[in-house]
Ligand binder design. Structure first.
Ligand code: DC
Length: 238
């Protein structure tokens, strides 16, 4: 496949878009941009510095910068409180997956920080800078509607709540975390509700998106193969 395009993949919590996006990026040899990981990192850094969503300022955000090295997402962060009280000025650099961004607490927190308009603008601006050329799979909740509406192929992943909760419950069990199916369904629905009803950039089905239902009626490989076929067909028509 010669020509490189941009593919966006949006959807609610636990629909499987992370797994699907990773597989598609690997198959196409494209860079995957996980915008959710950026929101999770912002929430993790701000919360651990006692900055609540409503207190976030542009000044706080100007010290958070994302960049990729060898397909891994990094963040540089300068902690202003430390500057003030301990006279420390160093900028810290973290590989984001080494931070506790995927805990249950941060999963809930991240969707609270993600309703804040200046946080959304900060993430969107940085992603646009990173994506100044083709060859990206951009995963998120406003990827095809706000960040990159000009993407040549847009997908919206959906999945029934009971199937999502069953899969999530299995992940939790493997990590030794015990919840009931109902608790997991409520947690996913609560996050979806916040993401779909926020004022800025709510989760919607992007215009012209292919809707993919990621239920148990097909294997993951089959589903990804069908999505790759759509992408290849689109590239052949360019
Ligand atoms: O995809 P995820 O679960 O890692 O995303 C974490 C949170 O970030 C999610 O609750 C909503 C928010 N998010 C967003 O608002 N916009 C995006 N493009 C990606 C994620």
């Amino acid at each position: 496949m010669s020509k490189k395009i941009t593919v966006t993949i949006d959807g609610g919590s636990g629909v499987g878009k992370g797994t699907i996006s990773k597989l598609i990026a690997q198959k196409l040899q494209y860079q995957l941009i996980d915008s959710g990981a950026m929101y999770r990192t912002m929430s993790c850094l701000l919360y651990s510095n006692s900055i609540s969503p409503n207190d976030v300022t542009k000044e706080h955000l100007s010290h958070i910068k994302f960049y990729y090295i060898d397909s891994k997402l990094y963040v540089s962060y300068k902690n202003k409180n430390e500057d003030k009280y301990e006279n420390k000025h160093e900028e810290e650099h973290f590989e984001v997956e080494q931070l506790p961004i995927r805990t249950q607490e941060n999963s809930q927190n991240s969707s609270k920080y993600a309703v804040i308009t200046i946080i959304r603008e900060h993430v969107t601006t940085q992603i646009k800078e990173i994506m100044s050329k083709g060859g990206f799979v951009l995963e998120g909740r406003d990827a095809g509607s706000v960040i990159y509406p000009q993407a040549q192929v847009k997908f919206y992943i959906e999945c029934p709540i009971d199937v999502r909760a069953k899969r999530r419950l299995e992940d939790y069990k493997q990590k030794g975390i015990l919840y009931t199916q109902l608790e997991v369904e409520q947690e996913l629905e609560e996050r979806d509700h916040r993401d779909m009803n926020r004022e800025t950039d709510p989760l919607i089905i992007p215009k012209n998106a292919f809707i993919i239902t990621n239920d148990d009626s097909k294997t993951l490989d089959k589903r990804v193969e069908e999505m790759i076929n759509i992408i290849e067909y689109t590239i052949s028509k360019l």
